[in-house]
Unconditional design. Structure first.
Lengths: 275, 599
């Protein structure tokens, strides 16, 4: 029972971490990033390269977000800037980007799984159950990321400006806010969070070119169920989807777990629209 | 294909380039003719393998074009439908040794994908469906189905798939080629017929402006469901033919690869044309084996980059560049109906105790309002009084926080504007709301349909609209612009068009949100005459939101003043204007009107 609860909590944390970058980019900019999964994949490969070069795996948790954030910064002027506010174009263009990125990594690294060592193999004893310390740390990280974003959003000028742009971009722009810079900043921040998610996932799943797809749909469902620009809604969505997925995965089978996640998401969105 | 099509093809041959630009049908015909004659010129392997496969996949591209290009449903799930079709035929023909196995398999290949599409569509098309939500849910389909496929190896063969699927009931590759060719030609012809029918116009109207379609009475979620199911069945049929053609099916048929490729073919070719996706799918699939051998691994990367470039630079696709601006079909002629308007029954829509709040902002604070046939009713009030919100609630766009709306004592379910419209209660919008990508004539055609399902077998060429609607066209000069795209009209003309549209729908009651805003004084007077006549002669009920008090005084029979979300005064025009509470808001200006000294 304790183990089950811990597994569910850890699944929720993983979904939260995988999807938070997407929630930030989509919530502030309304840009639909279908390459989000590939951003996570790039973070995982960054982790792999860091450990392969002999550096401690802990460094990956800095290197991965920085790498992916920089990549997004480079792409901003030539790619993302052209699709702000255009839903259909951003779906298609980022889908194209995800195809291209998968192919680049397939060519560069091959289709095989590149394993990344756990930062710690230790286990903790909780109420008589041993549980991986790494997974405990992931839960702590999820809480930390959540608290950090809450702080930035509500207690800093940066957050106030981002909220202003989210609410009414033309007005914010008329008041002298450089909305392009806010967009670029948000994009880089969201991409860095995706990179961090990649570093978190890498020891669990290894790095491989098509890994992003697994995170993409679940992340999007969390964001869509949570509703636009609402962190608490997003936390609720991650919790309900992550929990239903994991409970079925433990009781029945992981495949049916992911089916259940989609069904629960469909029902929740349909209920919200009817209410 | 129709005589018309044949005629067009005959005349198209000399100035080929011009024909390609102007007639998508001739482009499709030429492309199909080239494929059909190809076996005479290319190797047997090339025809029976590469070309035949390309034709099958072109069918998938057409199915996506129907859903996405014409229906606005960006489906990333076509491979799921294709895969289900392929498995249906493979499993039945392998496991059931009966002559019925193949036909039953094909039937299942049509029905199962359509059912899946209906179930998924029931969830995602509800309310105002967003492109993104549809895309993500349909994206999940292939991902989930290929995982489930691997999970049930007893049925699907798991990782190894199902091999040895029986070939077609004939042996010759050439026969297969021409059977697939006939299927593709039939698909192109059927799709061409469908999108040029009245139903096709409705489809494009829903794609471009779902809200307007709902307010004309169309059940837009149902229309999307039909199209999505049809698209899924076509993809399923392609899968059903693929199984015996390939002899082998496995989980990767269900996976995202085919879905992704289909999006690329359709986007490259140009969505919302038939020729574009057909050419896109044929060309990419014919080139692919060669280029894949030449640049192993890089072909997909190049395709991905070309795809991005096309999306960012040429959103209409490559055929869109070739074609330039689509010439508008001269098809429709609009005439005034001979018969006088059908006698109208009396009808009243009433709101009781309406409240509407957004968070702490109370927009409506307990409003009662009745609008009945035979009355010209004006609603005035300062900016922010809640006038438009009131109409939005009454016509079903917004859900009230409290209170209810009833048509003839029959309570109305909020959030169903199409139900209101089907009781012959229509509305216009403050910022004019028409189908901008369609012609003036097609706008009127859809309005005339007023929620009745448009026929997929008919193409209306002469549209008769009620005399009142036709008068509006004449007054505004729109009768000379029937073939023009509504999006290219001026602001005033669009308002006139919208008025003509709601009149063409044979309304009992119309809500008009600032119908004369932005019109010149002369136009405004013309509009006033039309409105008065509608009420006097045709016994319509009108509710106008207005700002111009002189205009209101000259036309209104009844006046309601709204302030801060409450009814300040309601009744006969003179009495309301004399009301001290109203005087307080409008001050001197209204006094002049009340005293009859206004100009």
């Amino acid at each position: 029972m304790v183990l089950g609860t811990l597994n569910v909590l850890s699944a929720i944390s993983l979904l939260f971490i995988a999807a938070i970058g997407l929630a930030v980019i989509f919530g502030v900019m309304g840009v639909v990033n279908l390459a989000h999964g590939e951003f996570i994949m790039m973070g995982a490969y960054a982790s792999y390269l860091v450990t392969k070069m002999g550096y401690p795996v802990a460094l990956a948790f800095i290197a991965a977000p920085v790498t992916v954030g920089l990549f997004a910064l480079l792409l901003e002027p030539i790619f993302f800037r052209h699709i702000y506010g255009k839903v259909m174009e951003s779906i298609l263009a980022t889908w194209g980007l995800s195809i291209a990125l998968r192919q680049v990594f397939l060519l560069a690294f091959g289709s095989g799984y590149k394993s990344v060592p756990y930062p710690t193999d230790a286990a903790v004893n909780l109420l008589g159950t041993t549980f991986s310390l790494y997974r405990m740390l992931i839960m702590a990280l999820a809480v930390l990321v959540w608290a950090g974003i809450m702080l930035v959003e509500h207690r800093t000028n940066l957050g106030a400006v981002a909220r202003a742009v989210m609410n009414n971009a033309p007005l914010a722009s008329a008041l002298g806010v450089n909305t392009n810079r806010v967009y670029a900043g948000t994009l880089v921040f969201g991409a860095a969070l995706a990179g961090l998610a990649g570093a978190v996932m890498a020891p669990l799943t290894s790095a491989y070119p098509s890994m992003g797809l697994n995170f993409l749909t679940n992340s999007f469902f969390a964001v869509l169920v949570g509703g636009l620009g609402s962190l608490s809604g997003f936390v609720f969505a991650s919790a309900s989807l992550g929990a239903s997925n994991e409970v079925v995965a433990i009781l029945v089978d992981p495949v049916w777990g992911s089916v259940v996640l989609v069904v629960v998401a469909l029902v929740l969105v349909r209920l919200r629209r009817t209410a | 294909m129709t005589d018309n099509a044949k005629a067009r093809k005959r005349t198209a041959i000399p100035p080929t380039w011009q024909a390609l630009r102007l007639s998508p049908l001739s482009t499709s015909t030429l492309a199909l003719a080239a494929v059909g004659l190809a076996p005479l010129f290319v190797s047997g392997y090339f025809a029976s393998d590469v070309l035949a496969r390309a034709m099958l996949l072109a069918l998938v591209a057409l199915s996506l074009d129907l859903a996405w290009g014409y229906g606005g449903i960006l489906s990333l799930g076509q491979s799921a439908f294709f895969g289900i079709g392929a498995y249906a035929v493979a499993i039945l023909t392998l496991r059931w040794s009966s002559s019925l196995a193949a036909p039953a398999g094909i039937l299942l290949a049509l029905v199962l994908p359509a059912l899946l599409a209906v179930v998924v569509g029931w969830f995602v098309f509800h309310g105002a469906s967003s492109v993104l939500y549809v895309a993500i849910v349909t994206l999940a389909l292939p991902v989930l189905l290929s995982a489930v496929d691997l999970r049930i190896p007893k049925v699907t063969g798991g990782l190894t798939g199902l091999s040895g699927v029986p070939y077609f009931p004939w042996d010759s590759d050439t026969t297969t080629f021409y059977v697939l060719f006939v299927v593709l030609v039939a698909g192109v012809a059927a799709l061409h017929w469908l999108v040029h029918s009245d139903f096709g116009r409705l489809l494009m109207a829903v794609r471009d402006n779902e809200q307007r379609a709902r307010f004309l009475g169309y059940r837009t979620p149902a229309i999307r469901l039909v199209v999505f199911a049809l698209s899924a069945a076509i993809a399923g049929l392609a899968g059903a033919l693929y199984a015996p053609f390939n002899g082998f099916v496995s989980y990767d048929l269900l996976g995202l690869t085919l879905s992704t490729n289909a999006i690329v073919w359709v986007a490259l070719g140009g969505r919302g044309t038939i020729a574009g996706p057909l050419l896109g799918a044929l060309i990419v699939n014919i080139l692919e084996p060669t280029l894949n051998r030449a640049f192993p691994g890089f072909w997909l990367l190049i395709l991905g980059l070309v795809f991005i470039a096309v999306i960012l630079l040429f959103p209409d696709g490559l055929y869109g560049i070739l074609r330039g601006r689509r010439p508008l079909g001269a098809g429709l002629r609009v005439v005034a109906a001979d018969a006088a308007q059908a006698p109208e029954g009396a009808l009243a829509i009433s709101a009781r105790g309406l409240r509407l709040s957004f968070g702490s902002l109370a927009v409506l604070q307990g409003v009662d309002l009745t609008v009945a046939t035979g009355t010209l009713h004006c609603l005035i009030g300062p900016n922010g009084a809640g006038k438009s919100s009131l109409i939005n609630v009454v016509t079903g766009l917004l859900r009230p926080s409290a209170g209810h709306v009833a048509i003839e004592q029959e309570p109305l379910h909020a959030g169903k504007p199409d139900l209101v419209a089907r009781r012959r209660i229509f509305r216009t919008f403050q910022a004019s709301n028409v189908f901008e990508t369609l012609t003036v004539g097609d706008n009127l055609l859809l309005a005339r349909g007023a929620g009745r399902m448009a026929s997929p077998f008919r193409r209306t060429t002469v549209l008769d609209i009620p005399p009142a609607a036709f008068r509006v066209l004449e007054l505004s000069g729109l009768d000379a612009k029937i073939g023009e795209r509504a999006g290219e009209l001026g602001h005033g003309e669009r308002k006139w068009l919208e008025l003509s549209m709601v009149l063409a729908a044979e309304p009992a009651i119309i809500f008009l949100d600032e119908p004369t805003a932005g019109l010149s004084a002369a136009d405004r007077n013309k509009a006033g005459e039309v409105l008065i006549e509608l009420v006097r002669r045709h016994k319509l009920g009108l509710l106008l939101i207005e700002h111009d008090l002189d205009f209101v005084k000259s036309i209104a029979q009844r006046l309601t003043v709204l302030g801060n979300g409450r009814i300040l005064s309601d009744g006969a025009v003179a009495a309301v204007i004399g009301d001290p509470k109203v005087q307080q808001i409008y001050g001197g200006g209204l006094g002049e009107v009340a005293d009859g000294r206004g100009t």
